[in-house]
Design a binder for this molecule. Sequence first.
Ligand SMILES: C[S@@+](CC[C@H](N)C(=O)[O-])C[C@H]1O[C@@H](n2cnc3c(N)ncnc32)[C@H](O)[C@@H]1O
Length: 643
Amino acid sequence: MLERTAPAGSGDSALLGTARRIYREWYGKLPRVQPLHPYWAAMRHLIRLVDRAADNGAANVVVIIGGVADTVADHLPGLHSQVSLSELLEGNFSKAFHQPIKFDLCICTLGASELRRFRDMVQTIAPYMSSGGKILGFYPNFSLRSLSTDEIAFLQNILDLPWSVRIHYAGSDKSARVVRRFHATLSRDAGGRLAKLVRIATILLSVTPSALAANRSEAAAPEEHSPRLPEHCTSITIDVTVTERVVPAVIEARRHLEKAISHISPSQPSYGSRWQPQIDAIRRDIPALRDSMSCLHYAQKEITFDGRPPFQSDLMQIQFREWAVENEFPNLIPTLRQMYDNPLSYPESLGEFNGRTISRIFYCHARIVLAGITYANRPKRILEIGGGYGEIARLWLTNSIAPAESYVIVDIPESLFFAEVALKAEFGDQVAYFEGRDPGTRILLVPIPYLGDLTRSADLVINTGSMQEMTDEWVDFYIEWLAKYDTRYFYSLNYIAQPIAVMGESRNLWSQRLGAEWSTRHLRLNIPLLDLEGPTRDFLEALYEKSPATRRLKEWSIDRGHLLSKPTYVEGLDLLRQDFTIENAKTFVRTVMERMPYHPKELLYIVEWLTRQGESEFESLRGKLREELGGFLSHAPAPPKNP
Ligand SMILES: C[S@@+](CC[C@H](N)C(=O)[O-])C[C@H]1O[C@@H](n2cnc3c(N)ncnc32)[C@H](O)[C@@H]1O
C-alpha cells in the first residue's frame, strides 16, 4: 500500500510553463481532457461514471495504481488509498487498515495483460466496497490494438459476477483515426523535450478540428450503443456496482418474517428472558445474512438452538454417543448409520464417523427421531413446536425407516426464518410458509401468529428442549392448544425436577402439566446420551396419548414402600396431573415437603395453584419457595458483530 504523494513541482522554463497553461486550458489534462482533445471520446465513459458517483455522495476512493486513470477521482472528499494490483491479489490489502473500511469508488487502469485479471481483482476488492460502491476498470487502447477473441471472452466472464456489470466501449472510424495519429506522435521519442512539445503542439493543432468533430459525433451516438464492441475500439470502461446480493430463499424468508411479525396480536405475551433477547439479536442481525450457509452458521453459532460444539478430536467421545443411541434402539442401528448431519453446517462442528458426516449434537437430533418412531408407532405426520433451524425435521424427513410424509414446524417467526432457509436449501418447493392457507406441501412452516388458522392434523406432536425455556404463560398456551388440536400423540423431552434455586435455562415452573385428556404411555427420567452432553439437568422423556387419563395419585409407589427420589417424584407428579384435585395437590405437596431432600420447581407451581384456589394455609410456604427461587436467570445475547 502506498501513501499518495502530490505531483512534484516542476522546474520548467517559462516557455514550457506558458505552453502547458494554454494546453491545459484548451485541451485539459489526462484523464480529464476537453472535447478538443483526441482522447476525449475514449475517456468520456470513465469521467461520466466517476462524476455520477461523486454526485451520489461517493467519498472514499481506492486506486489500483498504474495508469492514465489514476487521478480521475482525486477531487473526492474522503479517504484516498492506493495499492498495486500485485499487492491486492497477494492479499495484502486488508492488512493495511487498522479498522474496517468501506470504499465508494475503486479505479483501476488496465494494461492488455491485466484485462484477464480484472475479474479476480473485482472479487478481491468487493468485500471492501460499500453497498452500491463502484469498481471502474479502464483499458485505454490508444494504439488501436485489436482485441483477441480470448480477451473478449474474458470480458464476457465479468458479466457472471454476482453484481451489476456494464461494459462501455469507445471508438468510431473517425475518432480512431485521430487517436491513432496523436498516439503515434506521443510515442515517438526522437529529439529533446522541447522538440517533443513542439511536435505535440503541431499535431494537436492539426487534428483539433477533426478531433472535435469525431468526439461530437461519437458522443451523439445513443448510450445503448456503448456496450457493443466497435470495429475500432479506443477504450473499454468496465463498470461494476457492488450491491448486496441476497439469495432468493433468504429474501423470501425475510418477507415471510416481516408479514408474520405484522400479524402478531398486541396481547401476545413476551417470549421471556431466554428467547426475547435472542429474538431481538436475530432481528438486529438478519440484514447481514445473505445466503443459506451464513444463515445456518449464524443459527448454529449465535443462537442457542442446539448448542452445537466443535467436533471432538477424541473420537471415543463420539463412539460413546453412538453406543448410547444404539443401546437404546438396537433394532434401529442401520437407520442411525444412514443418518447424517446437514453438510452445510459450520465445518468445525462436522467430522466423519462410521462412514458418514456427523456432529456431536447430531446424536441428540437423531435420537429424538428414533424415539418418536419407536414409541409413537412410526408416525408419518409430525408437528413440531419449537423446531430450531429445522435439523430434527430434516432427519425425520430423510430417515430410511419411517420418513415423514407431512412435517409442520410451529415456532417464533424469527426462529422459523432459519428453518425456512435451511429446509428450502435441501427440500426446495416441498417447503411452504403458512399465512392462513395450507398449500398441502410436505413441509409446512407455521409462525405463531398464524397458528390459530392451522387445520392440518398430525399423528404426533413433538416438543424437545423447548417448552422448558418458555414462560408459564406460553406453556399454558400450548397446553390449551394441544387439548384442541387433532393429534394422537404428544412427545416431550424437557427439563423436570430442577431444584428451585438452580433453574439454568428453565423459564417456567412445570413444563409437562398436560390435562387429564392425555394418558401417559412412556416416561423416562434422564437419557444416557443427554447425560453425556452434561449431567447437570434432569430431562423427562414422555409420550402422551390423547385418551382420557385413568391413573390416580393413590397408585403412587411411595405408598407401597418406595423412597421419594427423583424418579418417584416424577411418577407422582405425572399421577397428580392426571388426577388434579385440591386434595391431591395438598397431599402431593405435603409428601414432597416431608420426604424430599430438596424443593423441585414444580412444587412452587402447585403451591401457587393451591393459594389461587383459596388454600391460604400454603401462603407462607409459597413465600418461602419464592424466596428460594430468587428471580429468573436472564440470558445475554451475542454482542453485535463488527460490520
Ligand atoms: C433450544 S431450541 C430447541 C430446538 C429443537 N427442538 C431441538 O431440540 O434441537 C428451542 C426452540 O423453541 C422455540 N421457542 C421458544 N419459545 C417459543 C414459543 N413461545 N413458541 C414456540 N417456540 C418457541 C425457539 O424458537 C427454538 O426454536
